[in-house]
Design a protein around this ligand. Sequence first.
Ligand code: HEC
Ligand code: HEC
Length: 157
Amino acid sequence: MKTTGLFKKSASIAIATLLASMIGCAATSGPAPMRGADVAAPDRAPVIKAYGEKIPGVGQPQLIARTFVGQPPMVSHDVEKYVPITMEENACLDCHITDELLGQKVPKISVSHYSATLKARDGKPAVSMDRFQCDSCHVPQVDAKPLVDNKFVGVTK
Ligand code: HEC
Ligand code: HEC
């Protein structure tokens, strides 16, 4: 009994010493923040990365493979000329309301984007207002290295 008590006591002293030294270490070296600077340091502007410059409909269409069911497909072309989307002007729709424009194939919006209440006009289906702001779901791409490694493996069907 006595030896167990003694053992417990010395074990807890050892743990306390270990903890104290760990805290001491943490206080001197500090955590390594992922943004590469101390939290108190002023923000560094991120490097500006160029978006792909592919003009839609020019050259071979290279659609970006979808990696999960129900994923909004990512935009495979430059969008700079078509944003911002406003009440008056939605350039995305000018092309994507149809599957063919001036002899060019265009991936047409799917029926999920049609309005259940608004009527078609000039032979063009009306788009649901939930889907009007295309770039809240469909994002253009930059050629950049992922910020952190990940093991994501897409599943499509
Ligand atoms: C001038 C016509 C045109 C305009 C404007 C346009 N697109 Fe496209 N888009 C295309 C064509 C053509 C493709 C087929 C791939 C290619 O040629 O780059 C495409 C591909 C896409 C795809 C990939 C579809 C898939 O199934 O993988 C998405 C998403 C998309 N566009 C979204 C947008 C958004 C959002 C905008 C507005 C910011 C927009 N597009 C403006 C013509 C256009
Ligand atoms: C709320 C999110 C959301 C918004 C906003 C949205 N989309 Fe989509 N889009 C999706 C999803 C999810 C899919 C894939 C499933 C589907 O077809 O419904 C899709 C599919 C597409 C496709 C491929 C269709 C096909 O049959 O493969 C095109 C092209 C497209 N969207 C263009 C657009 C355009 C242009 C706009 C703006 C007018 C827009 N989307 C707005 C979520 C959205």
